[in-house]
Structure formats: C-alpha cells, structure tokens
Design a protein around this ligand. Sequence first.
Ligand SMILES: Nc1ncnc2c1ncn2[C@@H]1O[C@H](COP(=O)(O)OP(=O)(O)OP(=O)(O)O)[C@@H](O)[C@H]1O
Length: 645
Amino acid sequence: MAREAAAPGRTAGKASAPSGHHHAGARGGGGDLWSEIMASGGGGGAARIGVVYGRRRAAQEASRPRGAVDVRGVAAGEKRASFEPSKRTSWNRSLSIRGRESILFAPGTKIQPQQNPCRAQKRPPKPGNRVKRTFGGPPDLKKEKAYFEEVDAFELMEESPSPKNFGTWARGMEQNYIVHDLSAILERWKISKLAKFAASRPLFDIMETPVVPSVRSDCSLHDSHRTPEKDRGSRTNPMRRTIPSGLSDKTSIFTSFSELKIKEEPDDSSIPSLSAEAMTAFAQLLLVCNQSAPITLAEAFSTYCLYSSFNEDVHGNSTPGSIVKLGEGTFGEAFRAGSTVCKVVPFDGTSLVNGETQKKTEEVLEEVLLCLTLNNLRADRGDNVKENSCHGFIETKDFWVCQGPYDPSLICAWEDWDAKCCSENDHPNDFSNEQCYIVFVQADGGRDLEKFALIDYNEACSLLVQVTAALAVAESACEFEHRDLHWGNILLDRDETQDKNHTMGFTLQGKNMCTRTFGLNVSIIDFTLSRINTGDAILFLDLSTDPALFEGPKRDKQAETYRKMKQITNDYWEGSFPKTNVVWLIYLVDIVLQKRYSTFTSKDDRELRAFKKRLAKYDSAKDCLTDSFFCDLLLSDEDAQPSTA
Ligand SMILES: Nc1ncnc2c1ncn2[C@@H]1O[C@H](COP(=O)(O)OP(=O)(O)OP(=O)(O)O)[C@@H](O)[C@H]1O
C-alpha cells in the first residue's frame, strides 16, 4: 500500500444532489446520451432483497495493539510466529482486524431500501439505482443444472490426479482464462452461508422463528455476529453434494439480522438436511479453482513460465523461469510469471504475515467472488450485449489454491526486489508446509501510478476519464465502491502502437461510449476493501473495526481520503455510498497535481484545480462523468475511432 506525502487535504463535501452537468453536448450528441442516462435515475443498483445473513469479525481482535505479536501461532506450534517486531509500521498497512463481510439476500423477499435506522438521518440519500436482475422467486432450474454439471465435473476431476494443466516444468504454456460459472458459484456460496447459519441454531428455534421485516429494526446488528471459524475440516472431505432444490422454503425463514445471534461454533449435526448440502468455504474455493487439492506454488507458477534450463536451484532441480517480483501490498506479493501477474496471498494460517492476521478462507472466497463479478463487466467474451461493461478493472484470469513453503524461485525474485526497492514485507522464507495461499492470476496491468511518470496533460486526462468511467460502470452494474483507490492500486500501461485518436469502449446503462486513451491503458486493482452487490449478496469490509485506518497523518491525501469515506458512510460500511468513489477521484486529481509533471502548463494546472473543486459536488462517479472536464475525452460510440473494446 502506498503512502502519500503530506499536503493539505480536503474535507469531503456534504452529499448533495448532482448539479452542474457541464457536459454540454460532448461530441456527437453526447448531451442527449447524458440526459438519457441521468434521467434514468441512476441505473444500476443490484437487487436489494431481504437480508438474511451477515457476519462480523470478533470484536476482541480490535483490541489487539498494532504490531503486537500474535502468540497463537506459537501455541499452535505454528512455525512462523515471530517475536521480532514487524517490519511494517505504516499506519495504512496495518489492517489486522479487517474481515470481509457479506450480507445475503433471502430468496423471494422484496427489495428493501437500504437504511441503518440508527443513522438514517445523517446518511446521504441512497441513489435510486436498480438493476434488472431479480433474485428469488421460482427455482432457477438452469442454475441448478449448471451447478450439478459442475459438481459432476468436480467428482470426475477428483478421480483424476491431475487437475488443470500444471505439473511439468517444461510445459511453459500460456493458459487462457478459465470460464467460471459465476451464478453456480454464488449459489453454492449462498447455500453454505445459509447452512452455516442454520446449523448454529437448534432446529425448533429456526422453525419457530417468525418471519420479520427484513429491514433491521435496531442497531443490534453490530454485536450480533461472530468471527466465522476456519473450514479446514474440509481438507479430508473437500466435496459434499449440495442440493439446492427445496432450500428456498427453509431459507425464507431467515429474514432478519436481529435473528442472527450466533454464539457458538456451528454444530453441523443440528440441521442435517442443510449442513449436509453445504460445502465448506475451502471446498468451494477448490471448486472455483477447478482443483481437487492444493498444489505447490511452483506447480501453479509453472503453468505460466517458460522452462529455462538456466533456472536451477542449488540441488540442480529446475525451477520456473522468468519470475520477477513487481510489487507488494499488505497481504500480497505480486510476481510477473510469463505474461501474467500472480498475486500470492497467504491465508488461513495462525501466524502473522507482515504483522497482520491472515485472511480467513471465507474472506478469500468472497474476494474471489468479487473479482469474478468484476470480470463479468468485461465485454469481450462473446456474451450478449451488456447493460454495463468496461475494461477498467484488471482481468483475473484464474485462481489457484496452493500449499507449502514459498518456492525458491519466488524467494529469489523476492530478494532481488528487496535489494532494489527495500521491501516492507517479511521475508517469505519461513512459511510452514501447511501454509495455504491463494494465487490470483491476473493480466499484467503495467506499472502502478506511484512509479509511473505521465508524459503530458493528455495522459493525465486519459487516466482520470478511464478511472471515472470504470467506476461509473461498476457503480451502475453492482453498486461497486473501491474504497482504497490509492496510487498503488491504479496500473498504467503505455501502448506505443495506439494512435492519438485511439479510444476505449464502455457501456453505461445501455449506452455505448468511448474514452480517449492517448495511448494509455488504465487498470484498477486490489479489491480488498471494496464493496459490491452481486445481486445475491453484498460483500464489504467492515472498516469500523479498524480505527487505525483513519488515524493516518493529518493532511496526508490518502489518510484524509479514508477519513472522508468514514464521514460519508458514517461507519456504516455495508451501505451503498457511491460518493466514496468521488473522494478517491478527488484524491487522484490531487496526486496528478502534486506530481507536478514538468510538461503541464499553468493552464493545465488551473483546469485540474477547477475540476477538483467541482468534483466535491458530485455524489457518484457516474455524476462526475457528466463534468465538462470530460467533454473532449468522452465520445459517443458513433463518433469514436476504432477502439480497444
Ligand atoms: N495485475 C498486476 N499487474 C501489474 N502489477 C501488479 C498487478 N497486481 C499487483 N501489482 C503490483 O503489486 C502491488 C501490490 O498489489 P496489490 O495492491 O494488489 O496488493 P495488496 O496486498 O492487496 O495491497 P494493499 O496493501 O493495497 O491491500 C501493486 O501496487 C502493483 O505495483
């Protein structure tokens, strides 16, 4: 995670109705396009149905001081617990108490206005976004069919010892992206969540639970959940068949958060019919990864790296060639492997990594769901025309569940990077044989903004319009808020082959548009803090359990932006507040201004300052896109030159 030099920060503007639509007819009737989009009332928000399940990390985690040594690893005989102080001291990298959360929608329940009754007065108005997609109702047989096909495929795979195409050092093949059946994955995940909840309560209790309105009636939400337990029992039995049919009758009972007072470890035997159908998070993760068991990091990387006989370890064993570390974050190490980037994130262990508690399997699974949902915004997979699509989010090509110590080739790449860039992370050489990792295989998005020098004002404009358009599309499609869009999480790639009129296509609420790229391709990464509404569930991170995130230095742009978000959300992180995207856009303009590119004229500076001032008025990235700043940068589809998407 990057840090920003101190400079006067702005206070987030009070939420107000969007005003000043200065986009007075961006080329070729852009005005009409915009008036249609704006008149449609904001488009997207995903179906908001009755809340049936939520979880929250244990509050006691919050009391552990930052950087304090977690001795649980020692008690558990975990190799990696260290009593040395963590290298990580940055306020903004200490995320030890974070936990991804989810709210699941009950099938068949009605869309509810999103409100936290205790704070409803203070919160900005919810945009009237709605998506066409609805959930619940009669059973979706297509989904079930897809599900069982996938289960059958998995069972077949289990019989075969060689899932996927790994395992030979010499293979060195480029792997195409894997097509995931997102709806089947979500369905499975939902069933498991519900079963876990159901298993935590005696059967009679559930059956007698009256159906209550799904809007929470008090603030008990905040103390009604517990940290989900690890799902490692699944290791020996990674696959349990789930039978979705008939579940909806039972699940419709669970419609209130206030009913979710889960106090003990779920007892799987209490409701056999549900728990037997549910898969553990670990088994689900394996299934998403198309694996029957974890593999080693070396095996995963060998899928993407060309074999090189020059890459041998001290024992003469061949190792994957061309692995270079590209960057690091609090949770992950990013390596280039062939033409892909593999982000390696340890999970589920009890030892601290980089001074932080490791993510739990469920959190990893939910981050995977988030990546897949964003992948779904991409338009180039032969799908039908999409209501909202863009290419602004990094493409996740695949995932792997790995286990064992760090591979020597990765340690080598890590040490090379450390020698040059001075890593803030712990040396990865003492992970145990049991350590699990999730490997996110992504497209190579280029260099992050922290390290990238924009050549001129046009490139700065291209950066701003592409990020704004991507956020606007994702807002509309799935109420997406990135919530951590610092300069380490925006990647830029200069494509010398693009001419100056090159454009990048996107679709916002059914309208095809293009952004001018000026030869720059922008990708947004790192969805760890992001909030998304998949239609089945809201996935978010409860940042109220991480007060230190908001205690960064005064006037530090990034620290101020977290504080602005807190102000906007009023610490109600499950809520939809697209204004959080706006404050990151303001941060981005600040970064561009602060970098003081030598080629910027004073007029360019003035333009940017005026734009930044206007941004404070907007309530969402979609609103920001109407600003006059983007007039010459946004084209309607008909006016565009041949574009990338
Ligand atoms: N797909 C990619 N292409 C190129 N570089 C990448 C890619 N993904 C990550 N990186 C590099 O690795 C760095 C860390 O990645 P990322 O931000 O995803 O990790 P993280 O642990 O989630 O970080 P954070 O501390 O912000 O939560 C990035 O800043 C970037 O330099």
